[in-house]
Structure formats: structure tokens, C-alpha cells
Design a protein around this ligand. Structure first.
Ligand SMILES: NC(=O)c1ccc[n+]([C@@H]2O[C@H](COP(=O)([O-])OP(=O)(O)OC[C@H]3O[C@@H](n4cnc5c(N)ncnc54)[C@H](OP(=O)(O)O)[C@@H]3O)[C@@H](O)[C@H]2O)c1
Length: 329
């Protein structure tokens, strides 16, 4: 089979190479991959900055959609020919991928492979962060920082679909405003404004009747996180899932007790590694929303397998709004 192989993370040595097909273990399935999402983690993987990869050589890719080709001896929940989304820790960017049976979920009729791959990690992250970790309630004001990216745009649509009254799209590239509004945002918050510390708060208060943010989902970190904390409403929550700015913020805890603010982390791998039933429940809920037309996979590019590096470059150059997917065939 052909697979993306990262051979050296010190100099970005990467190739699409012919390698032997992987063999599923007793509790695993082999998936004939049709599409795989490109995520920020794939960019981190290239530079050896993603904590869940083995040492090189390895195959990146976390969300592969395809057809079950073989099942291990102990597998009862899947059979050959089933259509699935496979949430692998790594190894998804290949013509065939091995996945623990507990981390593959059926694709309902009407959910195609590219939609399933595009939604993959991005929507799962958004769903678990907004619901399980963030406790989103209908009628709340929700702000998404990094709203134009894969996870961000998914979170905008999802927050609206789950009943948020107002969705504020925090943008580090304000020209992407049209796309986030089309995805369901009510207002754009400019995260590039001068004096962000005061300015972000002023922007938020102006569009929320001085209420502030009930739930902020932060993917950017750095000064964006700091400024967002100052715009949180009483008993508001902040969910942290990433640091695309490259700066991990330190929390001023005195600020938390002034308004009974909660700051929590959210990482999907925590649930994936443990084989938590929450992953399957999230997946089923997401497909229901998709089939009801309430959320969109947000696919910007469908790329050929050989164009993997173009997809990574577009992500790195911040030319993406939503998702790119690699199509294996
Ligand atoms: N915890 C988890 O379980 C989990 C799961 C998946 C992803 N994540 C994290 O979530 C974050 C977003 O992932 P993604 O796949 O949605 O990425 P993505 O599609 O590349 O989106 C990145 C977003 O961050 C913004 N951004 C701000 N400063 C940036 C910078 N210096 N470089 C690049 N982007 C910057 C981008 O805005 P512009 O429009 O300005 O480019 C864009 O909205 C990443 O930190 C990733 O590691 C966490």
C-alpha cells in the first residue's frame, strides 16, 4: 500500500512510499481508507511536536473514513464491508489503516467518506469541548477563538446547532469573516485589534448587552486567551484545546475568583485512548445533526493523496478556512 511516511522530524523528511499492508491485531480492524482529514496535528507531526506519535518513521493522520477490509479475532462490532470513520492515534494517511475496533464508528447512509473525514477530529474535538467540558447550555453566549480553522469552524456551526443564543467568532485573520458568518456566527470579534486586553472586552460587551461570554473555546492561546478571560461573564467557562499562536498562557487565578470563572482543558485523545463510550455517542450525535442539515463538514479542499504536502503547506500558510481532505483513490 501507499502511505505518507515521516522519516525525520528534524528536517521534515517525508515521502509517499510503498510499504507493506498493516495487519490488524485481535482487537483491531483494517480499513481500506477512502479519505483522511488534514489537521493542525499533522503539521505538528512533521516537526516532531505532536506528543502522541512514535519516533520516526511513522505515518501521520488521525481521521480516516473507509471500508472495513478485515477484522481481528476478537472483533464483534464490525464486519468486512462496513463503512466507518476510524479515529486512529496516527497512521490514517495511508491506503490502509489499522484501528482499534472500539475507535471506529459506522457511517450512516448519506454520510460520504470525505464528509466523514473532514468532520473527523475537528467536530469530535468541538463536540466534546463544547458539551462535555464546556457544559454549553441553550441561550448562552459562546465565543470561539480561532474560529476559521478546522476545529474553529466546526465549533461555530455546532454551538449554533446546540442552541447558543450568540456565537462570537474570534478571528486572527479578520478577512475570513464572511466564511465564519456563513457557518453560523452572529458577530466577528477581531483578535488582531491593538490593545487587545481592553479592546476584546469592549467588542464583546458591545454585542452582548454588557453580559460577556458564558463559554469561550480557545484554540489560540497567548494574549488572546488573556484578553478573553477579561470578557467572561459571571460563572462563565473557558475551555482550552490548543495554542496555535505558539504561546501557552499562564492563568491569573485571582481573576477567576472575582467572577467564579472556570478554566478547563479538553483533549479528545483522553477519551480516544481510554476507548470511552463518549466518543461513539458524540459521533452519532454529530451525524444526526449533519443529516438534519444543522451542521456542515466545512470542506474547502479535496486533495489527491499525492498532494498531501500541498495540504500541509496551505494549513501552515493559513490559507485554509475549514478543512482540507485527502482522497486516497
Ligand atoms: N485538544 C484536542 O483534542 C485537539 C484536537 C484537535 C485540534 N486541537 C488543536 O486545536 C487547534 C486548531 O486545530 P485545527 O486543526 O483546527 O487547525 P487549523 O485548521 O490550522 O486552524 C488554526 C486556527 O488557529 C488560528 N491561528 C491563530 N494564530 C495562528 C498561528 N500563529 N498559526 C496558525 N494558526 C493560527 C488560525 O487562524 P487564521 O485564520 O488567522 O489562520 C485558525 O483559525 C490546534 O492547536 C490543535 O493542536 C486540539
Amino acid at each position: 500500500m501507499r502511505a505518507v511516511i515521516i522519516t525525520d522530524t528534524s528536517n521534515r523528511s517525508v515521502a509517499i512510499a510503498d510499504v507493506p499492508d498493516p495487519v490488524p491485531g485481535d482487537d483491531e480492524i483494517l480499513v481500506d481508507v477512502k479519505a483522511c482529514g488534514i489537521n493542525f496535528t499533522d503539521l505538528l507531526s512533521l516537526d516532531g511536536k505532536y506528543q502522541n506519535n512514535p519516533p520516526p518513521p511513522f505515518t501521520p493522520g488521525k481521521d480516516s473514513a473507509g471500508i472495513v477490509e478485515a477484522v481481528g479475532a476478537n472483533v464483534t462490532g464490525h464486519k468486512v464491508g462496513d463503512r466507518v470513520i476510524a479515529h486512529v492515534i496516527h497512521g490514517g494517511m495511508a491506503e490502509k489503516a489499522v484501528c482499534p475496533a472500539a475507535l471506529a464508528f459506522p457511517l450512516p447512509d448519506g454520510v460520504d467518506y470525505d464528509a466523514a473525514a473532514a468532520m473527523g477530529l475537528a467536530y469530535l474535538t468541538a463536540y466534546l469541548a463544547l458539551t462535555r467540558r464546556g457544559g454549553l447550555q441553550p441561550g448562552e453566549v459562546v465565543q470561539i477563538n480561532g474560529a476559521s480553522g478546522g476545529v474553529g469552524l466546526a465549533s461555530v456551526s455546532l454551538a449554533k446547532a446546540l442552541g447558543a443564543k450568540t456565537v462570537l467568532a474570534g478571528l486572527t485573520t479578520p478577512s475570513k469573516g464572511e466564511a465564519v458568518m456563513a457557518a453560523g456566527a452572529d458577530t466577528v470579534i477581531d483578535l488582531t485589534a491593538d490593545d487587545l486586553k481592553d479592546n476584546l472586552r469592549a467588542q464583546v460587551m458591545a454585542v452582548t448587552d454588557k453580559h460577556g461570554i458564558d463559554l469561550a473555546f480557545d484554540l489560540v492561546g497567548g494574549e488572546v486567551f488573556d484578553a478573553t478571560l477579561r470578557a467572561i461573564a459571571n460563572e462563565g467557562r473557558v475551555v482550552v484545546s490548543g495554542f496555535t499562536s505558539g504561546t501557552i498562557p499562564a492563568v491569573r487565578t485571582n481573576y477567576l475568583l472575582l467572577k467564579n470563572i472556570s478554566v478547563v482543558g479538553s483533549t479528545v485523545n483522553y477519551y480516544i485512548k481510554d476507548g470511552s463510550p463518549l466518543v461513539g455517542e458524540a459521533q452519532a450525535a454529530l451525524y444526526e445533526l449533519l443529516l438534519a442539515g444543522k451542521i456542515d463538514p466545512n470542506i474547502m479542499n479535496r486533495l489527491k493523496f499525492d498532494d498531501y504536502m500541498d495540504g500541509i503547506t496551505m494549513l501552515e500558510e493559513r490559507k485554509i478556512v475549514g478543512k482540507s481532505v485527502l482522497l486516497m483513490a
